[in-house]
Design a binder for this molecule. Structure first.
Ligand code: UD1
Ligand code: PEP
Length: 419
């Protein structure tokens, strides 16, 4: 098992190139299953979750070539629609195989993903929506078994805003017979990127990015070429790391329009934030960090995937900052670990009350999920001494070469094999 050793005290300086977005690349790779023709996707981050997706696509019978950051998928010979528990348990996004497989082949059997550290994360909305489109679905022995001769267009009103739920149903609707409307749809930029990719392949989707998406079914898709949008959560993570260390960094290949609310919170926290067409700079030199209040909500509100990083910001900042998590019921697993580093945080229901802590001190801490692990690394960058972050396989799910990127910005961080 690998660990990070992070020695605090260096302000981050310089430029970092942001990778393609994990949460866009995953649905886009699964969407390739909808076409018999080859597709090419560039700006794909090299991450554990992407490797898992490639394995799944290959298991289905697709020919997948991954070199540098480009993936070519030829799903012309797909002959298997079974996603086993062994792969699905390592990556919840595997549920995104369900919609495309069912839509193109009329059958799919996908393991239920199960809960994870941040919450139960059911997939009832995915199943209900597909049933509305005429699918026969049974859930037994831990598997979702779905069949449909051809899915039919339907009017689906989502009970809750679900990102992968919206994506799964949008993909399923692309080859359905007739028009599907998804109301109360997720508006995340990753949903929009998926729609752009599908439209490139000949799908007829409009309204992505609003809460009502209309999909006119087509008989087949052709090939396509697409570049994945920049990862707004990776961008935000580096910007927070710069702010808490009192640094000055520029994220290149980044999109400020996707991060408006996060940038606004950084300004409120005292950072100087400037942006260009494809870069964002945060300068904290000689400035005082102030605590901010945050409430996570679906896009365009504050993203839950940036909550743990802002928890650290609030601990280092002056004043008291409240962090309220409304999306996932258990997304404060980083708090006890940060407390072990001296952070003054008290949990009151779904709110973490963060107080200024004069000095964080190093400790051995355990990563429990992807963004929690990012927050522990950020805390290590400002703590006195060397922090040991265990279970960094969580961070490898979502951050491409994080230690190399941080080192280039002046951080002291090493990946080591645990003794
Ligand atoms: C691969 C990917 O894109 N992951 C993102 C996606 O996860 P994911 O798509 O899994 O998250 P959802 O948007 O579906 O979850 C939002 C809320 O809805 C609930 N829910 C969801 C589906 C369902 O069928 N029933 C149900 O009750 C969930 O438990 C959660 O409380 O959006 C989350 C919220 O922005 C992000 O944190 C994840 O990084
Ligand atoms: C929760 C996340 O991812 P996933 O939905 O893949 O678990 C995340 O990216 O922060």
């Amino acid at each position: 098992m690998q660990q990070f050793l992070v020695t605090g005290g260096q302000a981050l300086h310089g430029e970092v190139v942001i990778s393609g977005a994990k949460n866009a690349a995953l649905p886009i790779l699964f969407a390739s299953l909808l076409s018999e023709k080859p597709t090419t996707i560039s700006n794909v981050p090299r991450l554990k979750d992407i490797e898992t997706t490639v394995k799944l696509l290959q298991l289905f019978g697709a020919d997948v070539q991954f070199s540098n950051n480009q993936v070519q998928v030829d799903a012309g010979n797909v002959n298997n629609q079974f996603a086993p528990y062994e792969l699905v348990k390592t990556m919840r996004a595997s549920i995104l195989a369900l919609g495309p497989l069912l839509s193109r082949f009329g059958q799919a059997e996908v393991s239920l993903p199960g809960g994870c550290a941040i919450g139960a994360r059911p997939v009832n909305l995915h199943i209900d929506g597909l049933r509305k489109m005429g699918a026969d679905i049974v859930v037994e022995n831990g598997y979702i078994k779905a069949t449909a001769s051809r899915l039919k267009g339907a009017h689906i009103i989502m009970d809750m805003v679900s990102v992968t739920g919206t994506e799964n149903l949008m993909m399923a609707a692309v080859l359905a017979d007739g028009v599907t409307t998804i109301d109360n749809a997720a508006r995340e930029p990753e949903v929009v990127d998926l729609a752009v990719y599908l439209n490139t392949m000949g799908a007829k989707i409009r309204g992505a990015g609003t809460d009502s998406i209309v999909i006119e079914g087509v008989p087949a898709l052709h090939g396509g070429v697409h570049s994945v949008l920049p990862d707004r959560i990776e961008t935000g993570t580096f910007l927070v790391a710069a702010a808490v260390t009192g640094g000055d960094i520029t994220c290149c290949s980044a999109d400020a329009a996707e991060l408006e609310v996060v940038l606004e919170k950084l300004r409120e926290a005292g950072a100087e934030v400037t942006t260009g067409s494809d870069w964002i700079r945060v300068n904290m030199t000689g400035r005082k960090l102030k605590a901010v209040n945050i409430k996570t909500v679906p896009h365009p509100g504050f993203p839950t995937d940036m909550q743990a990083q802002f928890t650290v910001l609030n601990v280092v900042a002056e004043g008291v900052g409240m962090i309220t998590e409304t999306i996932f019921e258990n997304r404060f697993m980083h708090v006890p670990e940060l407390q072990r580093m001296g952070a003054k945080i008290s949990l009151e229901g779904n709110t973490a009350v963060c107080q200024h802590t004069d000095k964080l001190t190093s400790a051995q801490v355990m990563a429990t999920d992807l963004r929690a692990s990012a927050s522990l690394v950020i805390a290590g960058l400002v703590a006195q001494g060397t922090t040991v972050v265990d279970r960094i396989y969580h961070i490898d799910r979502g951050y491409e070469q994080i230690e190399h990127k941080l080192k280039k910005l002046g951080a002291s961080i090493e990946r080591v094999n645990a003794a």
